[in-house]
Design a protein. Structure first.
Length: 277
């Protein structure tokens, strides 16, 4: 499994490893396009995307190897699943730092057998990941309420049916509670493995917290949360914070520019030093 992760290694082979996970704000949507068009210069596009997003910049500040396992449109369920897979795959967690930017709670994933539709669209050459996270014979479909509607993508009808049914049966409040449970699940897993970690909200959950402040279901879950390792909870969505540091750096598609990724990496680096020295 480890060999499946996107890597960029610095020139210190024995250095610690930074494992980063998140959604498009971690994967680097829009960043690679500033350097090269993916359909013509994939290698240059990919290298720019990896180096100029916050995981690459944070890895440089930490002088360590880094792995960017983000996924554009990725759900929190995917982050939990992939992070656990990574930690379970490595033999020694002593020199591993996990930094995760949680996405909006209303994204989900569901698993099904791989379908021929899953590999039809050449997402790579469009500079995006697409909704289908394929692992062996299983496809983990990344879904949000407004997704799976692009006319250029031949989505499997069964995925559209699942999407429609799921959002009819589950409210945003239900999904926010599920998100908090996912945070606690991964927090307890990483602490049981003695992995150094840091969480932050990328976007979308600050408003959901305000909307669900009176939901009594959230408070027994929050009692378990380690607020020391969840930077900015619940007041900050850090992609919004990064925009505010340099408003002119916001890309036309709404994602962070290079300067904003740099601002975020410095903030994360300072917090990691505060937590772990």
């Amino acid at each position: 499994m480890v060999n499946d992760y996107r890597k960029f290694w610095h020139d210190k082979p024995d250095a610690p490893v930074l494992y980063a996970n998140g959604d498009s704000f971690t994967w680097g949507t829009g960043i690679g396009n500033l350097t090269a068009k993916p359909q013509f210069h994939w290698k240059h596009f990919e290298q720019a995307r990896l180096i100029d997003t916050w995981p690459g910049k944070l890895g440089k500040l930490m002088e360590c190897q880094f792995i960017n396992d983000g996924w554009a449109g990725g759900s929190n369920a995917r982050m939990v699943r992939r992070t656990k897979q990574f930690v379970n795959d490595i033999e020694d967690c002593a020199d591993v730092y996990v930094v995760l930017g949680w996405s909006t709670a209303v994204r989900i994933e569901y698993a099904r057998p791989i379908n021929e539709v899953d590999t039809v669209v050449p997402y790579r050459f469009q500079g995006r990941t697409g909704p289908y996270d394929i692992d062996g014979d299983t496809t983990y479909v990344q879904i949000q309420e407004s997704g799976l509607n692009s006319p250029r993508d031949p989505f499997y009808q069964g995925d559209k049916d699942y999407q429609k049914k799921f959002y009819m049966e589950n409210s945003d409040s239900d999904l926010f509670v599920q998100y908090l449970e996912q945070v606690i699940d991964l927090q307890q897993f990483l602490e049981s493995k003695k992995v150094k970690y840091l969480f932050f909200n990328a976007f979308g959950n600050k408003e959901l917290y305000k909307e669900n402040f009176d939901d009594r279901r959230i408070y027994p879950i929050l009692d378990k949360m380690n607020f020391d390792t969840f930077m900015g909870w619940p007041e900050e969505d850090f992609c919004v914070w990064a925009y505010m540091q340099d408003p002119d750096d916001k890309l036309s598609d709404g994602h962070l520019g290079v300067a904003s990724h740099n601002h975020l990496s410095v903030l994360l680096h300072d917090k990691l030093k505060e937590l772990y020295g």
